[in-house]
Design a protein around this ligand. Structure first.
Ligand code: ASP
Ligand code: MG
Length: 400
């Protein structure tokens, strides 16, 4: 019997009537003799609301308490969906991450899945048509509940597909992968197919549609991944191995990442021990930094990098600790920058992409402060207020 993993994001399960619509759709799918594993996110903005509530309690919550709280969001959705399915005669079983055997390692709030037990699924499918799994959560060796990082339900879905050897369909409020966010550039093109490589780069550089780790996981396990709009008949996008792409454009996407802070640290020492301590701490706390630039000379050292806005709380804690040992350390964190990136696997065989980007920005008087490149992308730090305008200009320039 065919087995598929389906995932529905927060906006698709935002209220009970939406969950009912999904239940009816799942009913139709099971009538075609399919076994379904359904991963759901927390309803609507629940995760944000839970985090907001915590701010009224403390500015330094401990990670175990936070993980415990956040897992309740997804637990609500699996319960409602299962109640509705069972009520309309489709036997279903809801599972928390713990029950589903999703074991994780690492930081409580950014855990990585280390293993999933599949025996339970085989056993449950003997008597159930649908198994519903709470996204974004698992448990660690100590038996504590953990979460996978924001957007982590995508990773839950792909990891389950990998463990169960099935395809993975991810449903959200957009119809597939576009060259850029259609809310910013309404003429954006939707691709029928995009390579894992380009999708990973696009997600990593800020295109919010799929979480980066989930695409990496799909790539590593050869999972066929489909991204489509919930309950829509419009065609979505298949994310496929690089060599299955028939035609390649030089540039396939423009991603704008507003969730970016620019951090600058200076110190009057030349910084060897300090730099060592900084990077050690960032690694321990699993904070991803990017666009690192470092200057050291006789007047001291300066280090700057970009990080996610959401890591700011942790960064401030780290820097305050370091100031105890390095009293001269100055820290400035600027939040109103954005990163704009132009992505395309075809860039490898084409020259002149970077210079066309810079020319476009300069002609429109959009200053850029820092540039980094990978094999298939060019990224520039710009002022956040110029972000959307730059996105539109670059899409026009590259016919996206
Ligand atoms: N509910 C979690 C979040 O909002 C996980 C997810 O939706 O994927 O980040
Ligand atoms: Mg998401």
């Amino acid at each position: 019997m065919k087995r598929s993993v389906l995932k529905f994001g927060g906006s698709s399960v935002a209220d009970l009537s939406k969950i009912k619509d999904i239940a009816n759709y799942l009913k139709e799918r099971t009538e075609n003799d399919e076994q379904l594993v359904v991963v759901v996110s927390a309803m609507g903005k629940t995760t944000d609301e839970l985090l907001e509530n915590v701010k009224h309690i403390t500015s330094t919550p401990n990670d175990q308490d936070l993980a415990m709280l956040l897992t309740t969001g997804e637990q609500q959705t699996i319960s409602y969906l299962s109640l509705i399915l069972n009520d309309i005669g489709i036997k279903s079983k809801p599972l928390t991450g713990y029950q589903a055997g999703i074991e994780t390692i690492g930081h409580h709030l950014k855990s990585k899945i280390s293993s999933i037990k599949t025996d339970l699924f085989n056993q449950l499918f003997l008597t159930n048509k649908v198994i519903i799994v709470a996204g974004f959560q698992g448990f660690n060796k100590e038996g504590e509940l953990t979460t996978l990082g924001r957007g982590g339900s995508d990773t839950t879905a792909v990891a389950l597909a990998a463990a169960l050897g099935s395809t993975c369909e991810i449903y959200t409020d957009v119809t597939g992968v576009y060259s850029t966010d259609p809310r910013i550039f309404p003429a954006a093109k939707r691709w029928d197919m995009i390579s894992y490589e380009e999708m990973m780069e696009m997600s990593a550089l800020g295109a919010g549609v799929l979480e980066t780790r989930s695409v990496e996981l799909a790539n590593n396990n050869g999972i066929h991944l489909y991204l489509g709009k919930t309950l829509s008949t419009e065609k979505g996008t298949w994310i496929v191995p690089n060599d299955q792409m028939l035609e390649r454009k030089a540039v396939t996407g423009v991603a704008l990442d507003k969730d970016m802070s620019h951090v600058t640290l200076t110190d009057s020492s030349n910084g060897e021990a300090l730099l060592n301590d900084i990077f050690k701490k960032l690694e321990q706390e699993e904070i991803n930094i990017d666009m690192i630039s470092q200057i050291r000379n006789i007047t001291g050292m300066q280090l700057s990098f970009t990080a996610k806005d959401s890591d700011e709380r942790q960064l401030i804690t780290i820097f305050n600790l370091l100031k105890e040992t390095y009293p001269d350390l100055t820290v400035s964190i600027v939040e109103d920058y954005a990163k704009i990136s132009v992505i395309g696997a075809g860039m490898r065989d084409m020259s002149g992409v970077a210079s066309r980007i810079f020319r476009t920005l300069i002609e429109s008087e959009i200053p850029y402060y820092q540039v980094t490149t990978s094999e298939i992308s060019v990224s520039c730090v710009i002022d956040e207020i110029n972000g959307e305008k730059a996105t539109r200009l670059l899409c026009q320039k590259f016919d996206l």
